[in-house]
Design a protein around this ligand. Structure first.
Ligand code: O7E
Length: 270
């Protein structure tokens, strides 16, 4: 089981660590331990909170040795509430030493972003996903500062996996130099400038993954959702430069979740 507060005491101070956060260490150690680059997106739906908690815990228990992290979206938060999520799936993820990512897509003004970041981090999430579209000043500045003081991570949404994403994320933007740059390249530059801990790029767009990898260098993890149910190919995404795949329905919707996770894990290890 993870020793969250104990391990903090033995770590170097926030200033000494630079951009290294506990999340990165825990993620790569879980990836090594389970020989897996799969982040489980646990997005089950059920109007009955008790049923939802039970089903979610069952899925997590069955794939705990086949994934390297857990990502939650609003499905569980809105049905179980923050406390319900903490007492069920977050508790289990902690027992299994799997870091937990909150897919909040933070995208508001500073004080509201700050409130959400504190609420999710203090509940036990190790990383939060935010959208760079809101900008730095009185936007994401407080989110990064909240993460920094708590030794937590921020992952930036860089290019979405859905077909409609192109209309915005590929939009060319006129630069002061007179050249044009697509929105996702600007977001990649911002992730580097702001010292984000990871990027989200849809697995359905291998060419975009390659370009982001080229711009971001080898140090920044790329998390790619959209394999299976959304049509993305796991091997193509990894070959293009993704570091981790975010997978939901192909695992929790399978009749045998463990076998489904293992199949994807073996496929990307080839
Ligand atoms: O298609 P699935 O079932 O494998 O689920 C994919 C998960 O990744 C789901 O939680 C969805 O909300 C999320 N996601 C995408 O599908 N596409 C994106 O572009 C971005 C995300 C995501 O994780 O957002 C992080 C900002």
């Amino acid at each position: 089981m993870k020793q969250r507060s104990g391990s903090l005491l033995r770590r170097p101070s926030v200033a000494q660590r630079g951009n290294e956060v506990k999340f990165k260490e825990e993620l790569s150690s879980a990836a090594k331990r389970n020989n897996s680059r799969i982040v489980l997106a646990l997005d089950l739906e059920d109007s009955n909170p008790e049923e939802l908690a039970k089903r979610s815990q069952k899925v997590l228990e069955s794939v705990k040795d086949y994934v390297c992290a857990l990502k939650l979206n609003r499905q569980l938060i809105l049905t179980l509430g923050l406390r319900g999520v903490a007492d069920t799936v977050l508790k289990l993820a902690n027992e299994y030493s799997l870091p937990a990512i909150m897919d909040a897509k933070l995208n508001d003004v500073g004080h509201t972003n700050g409130f959400m970041a504190r609420a999710y981090f203090d509940l036990g999430f190790d990383a939060i996903i935010a959208s760079p579209v809101v900008g730095w000043e009185n936007g994401l500045d407080i989110v990064f500062e909240t993460a920094r003081t708590r030794d937590k991570a921020i992952i930036l949404l860089t290019y979405m996996s859905n077909p409609g994403a192109e209309a915005f994320y590929s939009l060319p933007v006129l630069q002061p130099t007179g050249t044009k740059k697509p929105v996702f390249e600007i977001f990649t530059d911002l992730a580097l400038k702001w010292k984000a801990h990871g990027l989200i790029v849809g697995a359905t767009k291998p060419a975009i993954i390659s370009r982001v990898r080229e711009l971001a260098g080898s140090g920044l993890p790329i998390f790619s959702p959209g394999v299976g149910a959304q049509g993305g190919d796991p091997r193509m995404a990894m070959a293009a430069g993704s570091t981790y795949l975010i997978v939901g329905r192909s695992i929790y919707g399978a009749s045998d979740c463990k076998e489904a996770a293992d199949r994807i894990r073996r496929e990307i290890a080839k």
